[in-house]
Each structure stands twice: as C-alpha cells, then as structure tokens.
Design a protein around this ligand. Sequence first.
Ligand code: ATP
Length: 362
Amino acid sequence: MKTYKIACIPGDGIGKEVVPAGQAVLQALANASQLAANSFKFDFENFGWGGDWYRAHGEMMPQDGLAALRHKDAILFGSAGDPHIADHITLWGLRLKICQGFDQYANVRPTRILPGIDGPLKNCKREDLDWVIVRENSEGEYSGVGGRVHQGHPIEAATDVSIMTRAGVERIMRFAFKLAASRPRKLLTVVTKSNAQRHAMVMWDEIALQVSKEYAEVTWDKVLVDACTDRMVNRPATLDTLVATNLHADILSDLAAALAGSLGLSPTANIDPERRYPSMFEPIHGSAFDIMGKGLANPVGTFWSCVMLLEHLGETAAAKILMGVIEQVTADKSLHTGDLGGKATTAMVTQAVCDRIRQSAV
Ligand code: ATP
C-alpha cells in the first residue's frame, strides 16, 4: 500500500477551518480505498506557521522550515494573512517563501461554473466558462527586487522592479502550451501588456511565438490584460487555457473565481513540474477574517485543491471520485454556504462530502 506524506499548513483565518476539512476528505478517500485493489493512505504532519507563529517567534515560519517540508509528497496550504501584521510580511514570510524556495514556478488555477452555482454573468451557460489560468509563479512583478530610500522625506523614492528571464518565460510558456495541448479545445490565450511595457513584455511575446512552434496542434492568440477582463466577462467561451505573468494572473484569477460564483469555490496548485520539490495546493481565497472562527467558510475551494493534489500524486481514480462528489454537493442548494447565499456550515459541507465518498468505491 502506498503512503503519501502530506504537510498541512492551515496558516491564518479561515485556513484553520478549511485545511482540517480538506484533511478529513482526503482521509475519507484513503479509508474508502482500503476496499479496492489500489489502496493508499496519508501520513499527515501539521505545521502551525502563520500569524500566531509570527507573534510568538518573530517570523512566519522557522528558518529551517523548508527542510521540514522538503521530503513531503505534497503540501496542503490554507492562507496567510493577519489584520495585525503587514500583508507583505505574511505573504513573503510564508507562502512566497515556500513557492520560491521550492521553485514552484507554475501556478495552475482551473475555473468552471460548478453544478448548482449561479454565476453573476447573465447569458453565460455553464459550459461557456471552463478555463485554466496558468500564472508565472517565480519571477516577474513578484521578484522582490527594489528598495526605498529617504523614507518619510519629501524626496522619498521606492521601486519594485519586475524581473523576467528568458529561462523563466520559456519554461512557463512550455508548461502552458503543453497543458493547452492536453485539453479538448487545444486553445491558449497569452495575456500580455507589451503595448505599454516595452521591454520584458515584448520578450514575453517573442518567447510565446517561439515556443508555439513546438506545439503546432495548439491554436493560440494574444490579448492585452485590460482587454482580457472584457473578454472574460463578455465572451467567456472564446477562452480556454490562459497564461499570464505573476501579477496579471493574480488579478485575472480572482475575477475568474468571482465569475464562477465565489472566491470560496476555486482551487490552485503551485507546481514544480520537474518534481524536484513538493508541490503545494491551496484554495484561491485568503484568510477572510470577517467570517473566521464561525464555521461559515466554504471548504469547496480546498476540496477542489485536494483533487489537484490527488492528480499530482497520480491517484486519478480518487481525484475523479472527489470531483464527482464535489459536483453532487454544489448541486444541492441546501449545502450552500453563506458566500453562495445559503445557510450551510463548513462542517455540514465536509460531512456531506465524506458521506458520499464512503458510498463510492475508490
Ligand atoms: P487575504 O488578505 O488573506 O488575501 P482577504 O480577507 O482580504 O484575505 P479573501 O479571503 O480572499 O480576502 O476574500 C474576500 C472575501 O470573500 C472575504 O472577506 C469573505 O467574505 C469572502 N470569502 C473568501 N473566501 C471565502 C470562503 N471560503 N467562504 C466564504 N466566504 C469567503
């Protein structure tokens, strides 16, 4: 029997509620698999890093934290964010430290309108919105290069320099073209801003063209990031796989999640495609302090992240069962949480998913 070592990092806010829910669902799948030929189990280890750890230790995670994660098969992450700690500290001290430390350069964000969910777009049929956004996750606007001088004086100056490398752009383009080629429509949209940003984004476009030649089966086009927002709202069916820079994709994927019904439904995977390091799976939403500790968080984005985690581990049968169960549960409006206009709690949705898993054979 295979045993997968999973690191669980709930982090802050509702991360502390949705990660245990995800763990319960993974455990239910492992239990169900004991009846089948292909059985597996999970060896979970929890790490209490985040805002509380920062208050106690002055850092979001220990100096040797990456070493503790290094030999795990995957990481299930909640969120990092604390109303009393500056956002750049919570982000750089935990999530980005792991993403960059493990060179998880491909951030993959699927978006679909799940059964039973009403998105805000009128005239948008469920099948019109079926996207995967690939976010460059290692450089660009999040390179961390820059500085501040003369703080507090009228001559104060500050820079955030976006660094793009040929190696970094080539590898994310190749990942995106390959992903597009694996999807039925074989359609890729390269998001750019090369009209205004005339150096790095022009290189981005040139490399897209160069890599496209390796993937003749993929139909691709290019769109400016501003025009892309219009296209997502008004012509969603013209899009399938998208690739964008770190910042552009961050913004576009929140829009995508909102158009699919709620931030609480969407998953994301931070992948090291070369599998040198563990990859990390997390819901797209943040810590949502307004609803934390009340049992109201929608755990579906975390469950869908668990589907991506299972696919990454090669447990495709279990991944398929979980996705099917998620769709049964979203189709039932009595299991909708507050973000979807319902009254269900995190515990109710988690229980419903675990019960249905128990009824399915893995
Ligand atoms: P952060 O600063 O950590 O990114 P945030 O609170 O600014 O977090 P999000 O958590 O991403 O932003 O979400 C914005 C709002 O959407 C929340 O305040 C909450 O009301 C709602 N929301 C997000 N995720 C969920 C969820 N899983 N279930 C229910 N509501 C959610």
